[in-house]
Design a protein around this ligand. Structure first.
Ligand SMILES: NC(=O)c1ccc[n+]([C@@H]2O[C@H](COP(=O)([O-])OP(=O)(O)OC[C@H]3O[C@@H](n4cnc5c(N)ncnc54)[C@H](OP(=O)(O)O)[C@@H]3O)[C@@H](O)[C@H]2O)c1
Length: 473
């Protein structure tokens, strides 16, 4: 069976890819916006098609010859995502129909249309409706609410709130009911949908037991061995809650707001199709899902994180290349007497709980400023203590290039008036550390000059600390 996977770098897509690549009866084809973000193993063993869903020619090439296609696409972090997602789904189903694709499997959100339905959920429903509109292509529309798994946005929000706040003043939305589900169960439904013997459109609502967000927080505290107190207040300020989440959890304001808006209405199962058509799958309980997620984090086995997807096409982000940078802060050190593998290991340990080699408090202040401006701050941390992979985020940076033993390039995703990069290069007997900045307008230039004293402290010490740390490895 030839299967096309879209959204392969996203939270769900990355996990699904790991399962599908080992299925004997599946010939996997991958559709991504940026080939550079795929590992060597994937590039070498699978058919890869690059493009986005707004490019019909690219879609045609990717969809022709395919039996079943997974649609795991959304562009939540774009201002006009509702219109974009609708157009994306329409293009996809039109071309799938033209190419004779038999089945499309889509994962959308749980919940119904009413006056309280959030823009985000409405967009997910609209996408499902568009994908189900073809007379020739069957669509299996799986609908999940809160997904619990290491790195999922909802779980990271709950975990961060529970870990950081012994007392929580909780707005009314904590009493809304939902049916959370473990990410492994979601993947199970998606994989089983490939083999389902049924040829009409189908909506499959999935979830474990019904519970309120309050219960989820309290169960999470139990799973983490913590005692937490929730103090209810009778109002529900979406903006205030979003700022609160922005401050205490890794999600930026825009994502927090989209999620909080969705908490006004219940997201519970509306049909029994999961039990009827997928009787073999019995979702694990919420608390077991939390335990599994925590275990994955502790054992450094986080496969994907909500922040993995780039959110834009490669060209949108990279309007400026590193070579265009106007300001450069470069430091060099002779490393002839050092073990270069250990130096690279030290470089790769940068950020997250490992810290930034020196002056961590300055990085923390910068993180707080970023949060105050609605950015991600430092809360996203690292996926793994030692390992880094291309495209993933690291505090308020993204790994732009990584060549083992040679180069690590980070692209700044903090709120900054311009484009900034931090590069570490091992070139023969030299370690070269460079901070590049392409300023946007006058504010970009003022920003660079204001930060010169901080950069002086941070960057001078950083290169020395990398060498010092390499001796401890
Ligand atoms: N994660 C959850 O907790 C959750 C819960 C319930 C339902 N769902 C549903 O599951 C589906 C997948 O969600 P997710 O969390 O895995 O999403 P995600 O992590 O945000 O990933 C979205 C993917 O879509 C791709 N994409 C966006 N616009 C595209 C375009 N125009 N052309 C091609 N690719 C495009 C992105 O590619 P890049 O890598 O290039 O950015 C990314 O791989 C969504 O329908 C979502 O509603 C998710």
């Amino acid at each position: 069976m030839k299967v096309l996977l879209t959204g392969a770098n996203g939270y769900i897509g990355r996990r699904l890819k790991n399962i599908l690549k080992n299925q004997k009866d599946v010939e996997l084809r991958i559709f991504v916006r940026n080939k550079k973000s795929l590992s060597k193993e994937i590039l070498e063993h699978f058919e890869i098609f690059e493009g986005d869903t707004f490019d019909k020619d690219a879609l045609k090439k990717a969809l022709c010859g395919v039996d079943t296609a997974y649609y795991l696409i959304h562009s939540l972090n774009k201002e006009n995502y509702k219109e974009l997602d609708k157009l994306s789904a329409q293009n996809f189903i039109d071309i799938a129909d033209e190419c004779g694709v038999k089945r499309v499997i889509y994962l959308g959100g749980l919940g119904v249309k009413n006056s309280d339905t959030s823009k985000h959920l409405l967009s997910r429903i609209e996408t499902g409706e568009v994908l189900s509109s073809s007379k020739n292509v069957q669509t299996i529309w799986v609908r999940a609410g809160v997904i619990i798994g290491s790195g999922s946005a909802s779980f990271e929000i709950i975990r961060n709130l529970v870990e950081k706040l012994p007392f929580m003043i909780t707005p009314r939305w904590v009493d809304t009911y939902a049916q959370p589900i473990a990410v492994d169960d979601v993947i199970n439904y998606l994989v089983s949908s490939l083999h389902l013997e049924y040829d009409k459109n189908l909506i499959v609502d999935i979830g474990s037991s019904k519970m309120s967000y309050r219960d989820m927080m309290l169960h999470t505290a139990t799973a983490l061995g913590l005692k937490r107190y929730l103090i209810p207040v009778p109002f529900m300020s979406i903006n205030l809650s979003s700022y609160w989440l922005n401050l205490f959890t890794p999600v930026p304001f825009s994502v927090a707001k989209a999620l909080i808006e969705g908490l006004k209405s219940e997201v519970t199962i509306q049909n029994d199709n999961a039990k009827i058509y997928f009787a073999d799958i019995i979702p694990i309980s919420y608390i077991d899902a939390v335990r599994k997620a925590v275990q994955e984090i502790q054992q450094h086995q986080v496969i994907s994180r909500w922040s993995d997807a780039e959110g834009s096409s490669w060209d949108d982000i990279h309007t400026k290349e590193i070579n265009d940078a106007i300001f450069v802060d470069r430091k060099e050190s002779d490393i002839s007497s050092y073990d270069k593998d250990k130096i690279f290991k030290a470089i790769k340990s940068i950020g997250g709980e490992n810290g930034w080699f020196d002056y961590d408090f300055l990085w923390e202040i910068r993180g707080i400023v970023d949060k105050a401006l609605g950015g991600a701050g430092l809360n996203r941390g690292r996926r793994d203590d030692c390992d880094l992979r291309l495209g993933e985020c690291l505090d308020f940076w993204r790994v732009e290039d990584i060549k083992e033993g040679e180069r690590l390039l980070l692209f700044a995703q903090m709120k900054v008036p311009g484009s900034a990069w931090l590069e570490f290069k091992i070139d023969g007997d030299k370690l070269i550390q460079s901070a590049y900045f392409y300023p946007k307008g006058i504010w970009g230039r003022i920003y660079w000059y204001i930060f010169i004293p901080m950069h002086y402290l941070i960057f001078n010490n950083m290169i020395k600390s990398i060498l010092k740390n390499s001796l401890k490895i």
